[in-house]
Design a protein around this ligand. Sequence first.
Ligand SMILES: Cc1cc2nc3c(=O)[nH]c(=O)nc-3n(C[C@H](O)[C@H](O)[C@H](O)COP(=O)(O)O)c2cc1C
Length: 270
Amino acid sequence: MVTKPVIDCMRLRRSVRSYDGRPLSGEHSGMVCGYISRLKAPFGANARVMLLNSESGGGRVKLGTYGTTGGASDFLALAYKDGPLAEEGAAYIFEQAILFCTSLGLATCWLGGSFSRKDFKGCAALLEGEKLRIVSPVGYASGKKRLWDVFINADAHHTSRKAFENIFFLYDFTTPLTPDTAGAYREPLEMVRIAPSANNFQPWYAVMDDGAMHFYHRKMLGGFDAIDMGIALCHFGESCRQLGIGGRFDVLGKAPVTKDATYSVSWLHE
Ligand SMILES: Cc1cc2nc3c(=O)[nH]c(=O)nc-3n(C[C@H](O)[C@H](O)[C@H](O)COP(=O)(O)O)c2cc1C
C-alpha cells in the first residue's frame, strides 16, 4: 500500500548506484509490475516500462552497467517507438515508475549511457520498431559509495541545481520568474527544478503567461534533452495533480519563441 504523496517522492528520490545484492521481494516486484502495467504515456506517445532481471530472456544474462552501478539484479527498462513527443511521453511514464519505486522505499538511478544495450535487448523482447534507450536498477540501497558517485558529485543532489529565476520566465525570455511571482505554480516549478536530468544538465525552460506555462528544452551533448523534458513535465503535471491545480498539456501553434531552445508543449490552466 503506497501512501506517500508524489511531491514527497520527488524530494526524496536521488540516484543510487550501490545496491545490496538482494533481488526484489515477491511483494515489491508484484507491486511494481502492477503499477507499470497500468501506465499510459501522455502526448500520444507509444511507450511502455518493463521490469527485467537476469533471467527475463529465458537464460541467465548479467545485465551490465559498466561499473557505474553495482549489486542490482532487477531493472526497469523503457521501450518506445519514434513519433512526435515520443521521448517526452516515454520519459514521463518512466519517471512515474521511478517515483512509485521511491514511494516503496526502493532505490533507482536513470541510466541512458552506461549500460550494455546488447544485454538488455536480449532480455527485453522488444516489439517491432521499439527502441530501448533508458534503464534503471531497482532494488535496495547498500549505503556504500561507488567511485562513480564521487565522480558525478552525487552528494550535491538537489543543491547543485540551477536557480529558479535562471530557468523560469514571465511572458518572454527576458523577465525572470521568481518563487514569489510564480503564484500557485511555485511548487510544481520547484519540482521541475529538482528533477533528474542526464549529467544534471537541466536543459529545460518554462515561460509563464496568462493562463499557460510553455515548456522548452535545449539541445545538449548526449541527446537526452527531450527525455529530460519528459521528466520535467512529469514533475510539473503530477505535482499539479497532487495540489489540485486544474489544467492539461497541449501543443500550441503560438507560444513565445527563442533561438536557444526547442518548444515542446504547454500547460493550459483550467
Ligand atoms: C536521461 C538520463 C540519463 C542518465 N544517464 C546516466 C548514466 O548513463 N550513468 C549515470 O551514472 N547516471 C546517469 N543519469 C543520472 C544523472 O547523472 C542524475 O540524475 C543527475 O546527476 C542528478 O542527480 P540525482 O538523480 O541524484 O538527483 C542519467 C539521468 C537521466 C535523467
